[in-house]
Design a protein around this ligand. Structure first.
Ligand SMILES: Nc1ncnc2c1ncn2[C@@H]1O[C@H](COP(=O)(O)OP(=O)(O)OP(=O)(O)O)[C@@H](O)[C@H]1O
Ligand SMILES: [Mg+2]
Length: 243
């Protein structure tokens, strides 16, 4: 049976309400290469907001947005591999280029293209480092190197950023990321998540590497007045479907 609201999915299209101001601000930052940091409690709409802006910017021909979700990432090694894979995919025009781009831009990695068994299954890029060691600095620099070479602007969005707290040396990793990313001129970063206390410390404490790294947004709650318009409209639409 049809229901008037979406649960557990990102809000998009006509299910997305308000947030116009925040969406404009994010969109401006993405297009002008300004780093953004977003904090809010869980379920307040961070992922939906970023996803909406990313979709709107798809038509911008020289901008590539990479989205990385740290939800199930538990180590730096896993993160680096995911980061490299998603940057290569987002900056290639077709999957046939993935292998060549890995060889060109990440000398140390071995690419493998995996085809799903089911018809219509997605093609995926897998990276391994065989006997060579993964070099974090090389991986963190990848967005800038590719953006420069391909004359693109690249935005890297990292969701559930608080999960770096589970890595072996969270502060050391942040230092490495910041030291590389602050030099980037063609790549910018949007880091966001919940765990307000932890992320506020990470983004605003003077002793922390990401202190003053970018435009800090505390996402507010969607005002009740917007819901009051939205809720009856959704019921109306559902009723129309059954008439
Ligand atoms: N602008 C919006 N309009 C309508 N519904 C929204 C909006 N933003 C979020 N929602 C609803 O709220 C729920 C939570 O949104 P979302 O997953 O984007 O939040 P989040 O802050 O990323 O949560 P988490 O911290 O758990 O990752 C979604 O199921 C979505 O349907
Ligand atoms: Mg989210």
């Amino acid at each position: 049976m049809a229901i008037p609201f979406q649960f557990g999915h990102l809000a998009d299209g006509e299910n997305f309400i308000n947030r116009q101001e925040e969406a404009n601000r994010l969109s401006r930052n993405f297009q002008s290469g300004v780093n953004t940091l977003i904090i809010s409690p869980r379920r307040w709409g961070k992922s939906s907001l970023v996803s909406r802006v990313v979709k709107q910017l798809r038509t911008n021909s020289n901008l590539r947005v990479v989205t990385i979700d740290l939800f199930s990432v538990r180590s730096e090694q896993q993160f680096l591999s995911l980061f490299a894979r998603e940057v290569i995919k987002a900056t290639s025009t077709k999957w046939e280029e993935w292998g060549e781009n890995v060889r060109k831009f990440i000398g140390s990695a071995v690419p493998k293209i995996a085809f799903g068994n089911q018809p219509g299954a997605e093609v995926e890029l897998e990276l391994s480092w065989a006997d060579k060691k993964i070099n974090p600095l090389e991986i963190y620099d990848l967005p800038e190197v590719i953006a420069k070479k391909k004359k693109l602007k690249v935005v890297i969005c990292i969701d559930e950023f608080q999960n770096i707290g589970h890595f072996a040396d969270p502060t050391g990793i942040q230092k490495q990321m910041r030291s590389v990313w602050q030099k980037h001129q063609h790549a910018s970063y949007c880091l966001y998540g919940s765990k307000k206390h932890f992320l506020t410390h990470v983004f605003t404490h003077q002793s922390m590497p990401f202190y003053r790294f970018g435009d800090l947004m505390y996402l507010p709650k969607i005002e009740i007045s917007h819901w009051l318009k939205f809720i009856p409209a959704q019921f109306k639409k559902m009723v129309k479907k059954f008439l």
